[in-house]
Write a protein that binds this ligand. Structure first.
Ligand SMILES: [Ca+2]
Ligand SMILES: [Ca+2]
Length: 376
């Protein structure tokens, strides 16, 4: 596959109405940002900035790339063997809160089990950089989805550290099996809270139950693909609903978000799922979408380039082929803007300079850089 090299000037993309895939015209003058394509990857899934502006990018088939701040691409060795297929493969990448001192990075991926079963895992290792080489050494698995399942969907496996750096949160999908999301004997369909070494904090809400329940922070999730802390310390999550009913949830200790017992969507086979309703005992979403946007990732913006977006969520839409801004005010949220991007958006990240970087979900998916529209 062909990569953009630093010698190539970035390509400025000016979308006209014809560039949009969903028939909803998005005119360049409607968007407060300009879009540059500054790289290309093979089914990219996640990225994270290193101090100094280098960028780590995961590709779903298992490769890890280091994009130097000058645009050069370096292959990173020492990554995991992944079980690739369907929605599975190599997943998220985040830095240890003390990365500048210890160089530790966290990855999530899908590993095979016995008898055609598989499940997501989280591992960590030390990133070692040399002039023209990069490797991850000592990669060790610190967490596993349990039990392993046969399908290739709904792994979730997004990662986020708490702002104080003390806890690693993992989003774990229901593996398209529905009931595990309400079953405390499975760590599927949950948001989990662990110590950075993978051990279980003794003050977790269900710690007294032991086993997988001890890992659980919240339950009743379907396929959570975005997990981000707001500046005020609140944790937000986005997940794909079934047929309809994508959700953005405020994640609060020990709460049950209802899936598959309630959802504002319905099953794909047409069976109804009762909608969220007051007094049903489940946490309703703060924002929900029907028709769906298929949230693939979420950040909460805090940069300098787009001061009007500070404290707001930016969500990448897969089927929605859009970037969605959700205005957050304390514990409340509402969709504020949606911009068609003409491609499935898998990943959103904020660069050190406050520009917003996106990864397209495709073979040859582009790395896009969003900056304020000139003269806008
Ligand atoms: Ca990221
Ligand atoms: Ca419903």
């Amino acid at each position: 596959m062909k990569l953009f090299r630093s010698a190539l000037a970035p390509v400025l993309l000016l979308f006209g109405a014809t560039a949009c895939g969903d028939g909803a015209p998005a005119f360049a003058q409607d968007r407060p940002f300009e879009v540059e394509a500054i790289g290309q990857f093979d089914q990219p899934w996640a990225m994270v900035f290193l101090p100094g502006g280098d960028l780590l990018v995961t590709e779903k088939q298992g490769s890890i790339k280091l994009r130097r701040a000058n645009g050069n691409i370096v292959d990173v060795t020492g990554g995991p063997q992944v079980d690739y297929g369907g929605q599975g493969g190599l997943g998220d990448v985040v830095l240890h809160p003390d990365f500048a001192r210890n160089g530790i990075v966290y990855l999530s991926w899908v590993e095979p089990g016995e008898g055609g079963l598989r499940g997501a895992v989280v591992g960590r290792g030390r990133l070692v950089l040399a002039e023209s080489r990069a490797s991850i050494v000592g990669l060790e698995v610190i967490w596993r989805q349990a039990p392993k399942m046969s399908g290739r969907g709904h792994f979730g496996h997004r990662l986020a550290f708490s702002p104080d750096g003390r806890y690693l949160f993992i989003s774990s999908g229901d593996r398209q099996e529905f009931t595990p999301a309400q079953d405390m004997a499975a760590n599927l369909g949950k948001v989990l809270r662990l110590n950075p070494d993978g051990s279980v904090p003794p003050d977790n809400p269900f710690a007294a139950q032991g086993g997988t329940a001890a890992e659980v922070w919240t339950l009743g999730h379907r396929n959570p693909l975005g997990l981000a802390f707001a500046p005020d310390g609140r944790l937000w999550e986005v997940e794909m609903g079934p047929r309809g009913g994508d959700e953005m949830n405020l994640i609060e200790r020990g709460r049950n978000y209802g899936y598959p017992r309630v959802s504002n969507g319905q099953h794909y086979d047409g069976r109804d799922i009762p909608d969220h309703s007051p007094g049903d005992g489940f946490e309703p979403p703060k924002v929900w979408w029907t028709p769906v946007i298929s949230p693939g990732d979420m950040i909460i913006y805090s940069g300098a380039m787009f001061p009007g977006w500070r404290g707001d969520a930016l969500i990448g839409g897969l089927s929605g082929e859009a970037l969605v801004r959700v205005d957050i005010e304390g514990a409340n949220a509402r969709e504020a803007e949606r911009w068609s991007m003409g491609q499935r958006i898998r990943e959103v990240e904020q660069a050190p300079d406050g520009s917003v970087w996106l990864l397209e979900d495709a073979p040859g998916g582009r790395l896009l850089r969003l900056t304020p529209r000139r003269g806008g």
